[in-house]
Design a protein around this ligand. Structure first.
Ligand code: ADP
Ligand code: MG
Ligand code: MG
Length: 257
């Protein structure tokens, strides 16, 4: 049983102009995600959802000015990006990076080695990776292609979910894993997320702009994000309300806060 705990988190983003004042994006986020729970974070564009995932992952552009993030009581903010991954945090980037010259199979084995603390035995690994790829309808030829290079949007997302299954983190942060997917890819990706939850009893923070993915992945908790903080929390029924009414009622109150 693991718990990611975020308390009164405030985050600045550095401006590209060094002389400019940093602007505060997150304005006091409180959230607790435990093993076996799916939390959906929904909110309008620009509300700070990706900033939250970057801050958890330790992206250098996003500076935590106050508040805390802990994983099972350990201070995540004190950890390097690698240490966060080894501690059991997983971040699927909204814009996954390309790594030319590194094949997917090498990339995955290196990542698994780092997270597990030892290299998986090659024979087992080949079998394990192959099975995971089959489950996600990924062509085996993919294993020899450079990471994300020339991958379509849907292929990148499948690759993220492949990593999720093989790295078996304690808590997974999925930032707009549903964006740009056609219905078939959305179903395959969602099934991968559901398998991760069943097999690893993983905790999931699912950040999304649309309610569409929530037809395939049922969250126990839904949080509305507006103006850099969570402005309302509820169960799956809250997502239905958002589908019908949109975010207007929340963006208005966030602006006047
Ligand atoms: P969301 O994911 O909810 O669409 P983001 O976290 O991407 O929102 O962005 C929140 C706000 O922070 C936006 O106004 C965005 O322009 C700003 N922002 C995020 N990252 C940066 C950055 N690296 N440089 C400047 N502004 C940024
Ligand atoms: Mg505060
Ligand atoms: Mg975003």
């Amino acid at each position: 049983m693991s718990t990611l705990e975020i308390r009164d988190l405030h985050v600045d983003v550095a401006q590209s102009d060094d002389a400019a004042q940093p602007i505060e994006i997150l304005k006091g986020v409180n959230l607790t995600v435990s093993s076996g729970e799916t939390h959906a974070i929904m909110g309008p564009n620009g509300s700070g959802k990706s900033t939250l995932s970057y801050a958890i992952a330790g992206h250098p552009k996003y500076r935590v000015t106050s508040g805390s993030i802990t994983l099972d009581g350990e201070d995540v903010l004190e950890m390097s990006v690698d240490e966060r991954a080894r501690a059991g945090l997983f971040l699927a980037m909204q814009y996954p990076v390309e790594v030319p010259g590194v094949s997917m199979s090498n990339f995955l084995r290196t990542a698994a080695t780092a997270v597990r603390g030892e290299a998986p035995k090659l024979r087992h690994w080949v079998k394990e990776a192959k099975e995971a790829m089959t489950e996600l309808d990924i062509d085996p030829a993919f294993a020899e292609r450079s990471v994300n290079e020339g991958f379509s949007g849907g292929e990148k997302k499948r690759h993220e979910i492949l990593q999720l299954g093989l790295l078996a983190p304690k808590i997974a942060i999925l930032d707009e894993t549903d964006s740009g997917l056609d219905v078939d890819a959305l179903r395959v990706v969602s099934e991968g997320v559901n398998r991760y939850k069943e097999r690893q009893n993983g905790g999931i923070l699912l950040i999304t702009h649309y309610t569409r993915i929530l037809r395939y992945i049922t969250p126990e908790f839904v949080h509305v994000f507006a103006g850099g903080r969570i402005v309302e929390s509820g169960g799956a029924e809250l997502a239905d309300e958002l589908e019908t009414n949109g975010y207007e009622r929340f963006t208005k109150s966030a602006a006047s806060a």
